[in-house]
Design a protein around this ligand. Sequence first.
Ligand code: CMP
Length: 233
Amino acid sequence: MTRDAGSSDLLRRVPLFQEMTPALLGELARRLRPVRFRAGHAIFHAGDEGSMLYIVIEGAVKIFIPSTDGREVLLAILRTGDVFGEMSLLDDEPRSASATTLDDTEMVSLRRNDFQEVLNRYPDACRAIVSVLVRRLRQTNQSIQDAYILDVPGRLARRLLVLADEHGIPADAGIEIDLRVSQQDLASMIGASRVAVNKQLQAWRQQGIVEVRRQRVTILDPIALEKAFTVAE
Ligand code: CMP
């Protein structure tokens, strides 16, 4: 790693740390260790014992639950500033999901004891972790509601808009989702088959609602996508 991954300056650029006091940032900077993995690296597997939490500095990590038939439930794609691996450190249970890098990824890691000590000493750190967990719970509640209420087009439309909100960059014709997501990834996110996702994306392409090129999706008409789930709700 070319720069000091534990420096306060670098941490300050991570959204999670922006509100933290200099004292807490200094404390974290001393305890965090830089880690770098190539794309496709399995950081840990569901069921492993957890010993560290990670914060993404640059790159992308997918969080998923594998199943015995080779399919997976894709829970989240994490980017700069996102934290993962905290759950098993908080409840001493095994890893609740697997984590694999999607791109070459730089992270910092914090050991279990250091994490617990920082939480004990700094209420700001507790608040930051609680807000991460609450945000995730809200997203999970939304996904459960979608699974009960929406059909495949509705779930796919909602997920594409969430991805655009979290990872969107302005493009000539619309909003490009700044991630490589395969049709299988999208299917794993919404609990549908790849064939059903493919069919829906083709239909939206023909209607000029989305564009898909080399696993990158651009949303051309967000209003039309919104209609796919507001009409169904
Ligand atoms: P842990 O259980 O230690 O290891 C797997 C990690 O995946 C978990 O901690 C969380 O950091 C993360 N994780 C689990 N469920 C979700 C979810 N629904 N959304 C985003 N991240 C999650």
